[in-house]
Design a protein around this ligand. Structure first.
Ligand SMILES: Cc1cc2nc3c(=O)[nH]c(=O)nc-3n(C[C@H](O)[C@H](O)[C@H](O)COP(=O)(O)OP(=O)(O)OC[C@H]3O[C@@H](n4cnc5c(N)ncnc54)[C@H](O)[C@@H]3O)c2cc1C
Length: 376
């Protein structure tokens, strides 16, 4: 039987031999090939946390995080595309066994990608402000709205869509629906942005009175918002680990090879301080991230640790990646190196699964709750 360590080794080989040679064009708008998507399926990456009897690998959250970090060291976008499909497969397995039986084979093999759609043009951090509306009909549900900035939405076949049900207008009215993005009434668009979004497949879609069967409601109002809040802690922890992996990859060995004033760059004391500072801060953020990842299994401090780890990892990357890029000279700008790709990716990491400022606000609330917050 394959152990987690064996599996991680296979993922490392895949990242080095198949992923790394493919990524150069992704900075210029190309996306991963279908073959790379299937290769991820062959490695079981869409079912890491699903049990063996459901077609998954039966591994734990910490292992999923290590896989995400291994992929992100090469390309954050590809790693996010993979883990977002994985998370939809897991949610189907946990909440909708009938739909899981129908969709899991194609999700786990990599034939179909999937996304989770909360964000809308007018609702980002303030999730409760989302306006997508689901109305009950004699045959199920009718859903109308617009989603944007959704990983995988350019090419996904399935999406978990969060919408307000009936006439309710607060967070308690939010339910989660499984939507087949290939059915009539769905139109898709790519989200274009200065920073490359291609490997993440970032996009959006409009739902125009899309008819859904009753079983499409996989998390009813009342349960859906709570599910978002608990899942998002895990996402923050693995995004932190992915940031650590990007920074580790960027602490390059370039300084050993490049000669300046007849000595390797690494022999210039002022030059190597840049690396030493990055290495030191990386060690601190890795330690915090490890604590956050370990807490996801159920420790009461998970919310606080996950928020702190994400903030710290993103800010450490934002501080050091530009310095490391500079330390490579002009060579660092080439797409063959990871620096510019990771620099752009970190700006995306700062927003996905909770932007930095509201996360700091959360850290403050959890650290010093007011008497009213304590009662809530
Ligand atoms: C690359 C990428 C991929 C994404 N993938 C997905 C996805 O798969 N699914 C999905 O649903 N969403 C996704 N998102 C959306 C992401 O979750 C949102 O960008 C994020 O929630 C922030 O929302 P916003 O961009 O609308 O910013 P806003 O909410 O408009 O905030 C703008 C700025 O104001 C700050 N701010 C907002 N509210 C407060 C407050 N109360 N206190 C202090 N500061 C505040 C924020 O920190 C931010 O800097 C993705 C985003 C990106 C960039």
């Amino acid at each position: 039987m394959m152990t987690q360590a064996d599996h991680l080794e296979r993922v490392q080989v895949f990242a080095a031999t198949q992923l790394a040679p493919a990524v150069t064009g992704w900075a210029h708008g190309e996306g991963p090939s279908q073959a790379l998507w299937h290769a991820a399926g062959d490695l079981g990456l869409f079912g890491i946390e699903l049990p063996l009897e459901a077609g998954g690998l039966g591994f734990d959250f910490a292992h999923k995080t290590s896989v995400c970090a291994t992929l992100a060291a090469v390309d954050f976008g590809y790693a996010m595309a993979v883990v977002n499909t994985h998370n939809v497969a897991l949610r189907l397995h946990l909440s909708a066994p009938d739909l899981a039986a129908r969709h899991l084979p194609r999700l786990l093999s990599g034939e179909v990608a999937a996304c989770t759609a909360l964000t809308e043009p007018e609702a980002g951090t303030d999730v409760a402000a989302l306006q997508t509306r689901a109305t009950q009909t004699p045959r199920g549900w009718e859903i109308t709205g617009r989603k944007d900035w959704i990983i995988n939405a350019r090419h996904a076949g399935l999406s978990i869509v969060f919408a307000k049900c009936g006439t309710g207008d607060d967070a308690g009215a939010i339910g989660a629906f499984m939507v087949d993005l290939t059915i009539p009434g769905v139109t898709r668009h790519a989200t274009e942005a200065g920073f490359s979004q291609a490997s993440m497949g970032t996009g959006g879609f409009c739902l125009d009175a899309v008819a859904l069967p009753p079983e499409a409601l996989i998390l009813p109002p009342g349960a859906a918002f709570g599910a978002i809040l608990s899942e998002i802690n895990g996402a923050r922890a693995y995004v932190a680990a992915m940031c650590c992996a990007m920074l580790r990859a960027a602490v390059a060995e370039y300084g050993q090879r490049r000669v300046s004033f007849r000595r390797p760059l690494m022999d210039h004391q002022a030059w190597r301080l840049t690396l030493a500072q990055a290495q030191t801060d990386l060690a601190a953020t890795e330690a915090l991230t490890e604590r956050a990842v370990a807490s996801i299994a159920g420790a009461p401090a998970a919310q606080l640790l996950a928020a702190q780890a994400k903030v710290h990892a993103v800010q450490t990357c934002q501080r050091h990646l530009p310095a490391l890029l500079h330390a490579m000279g002009a060579e660092g700008l080439r797409p063959a190196h990871c620096l510019t790709r990771h620099l752009a990716a970190v700006q995306s990491a700062a927003l996905t699964d909770g932007a930095i400022t509201p996360l700091l606000e959360r850290v403050a609330r959890l650290s010093w709750p007011t008497p009213r917050q304590r009662k809530d």
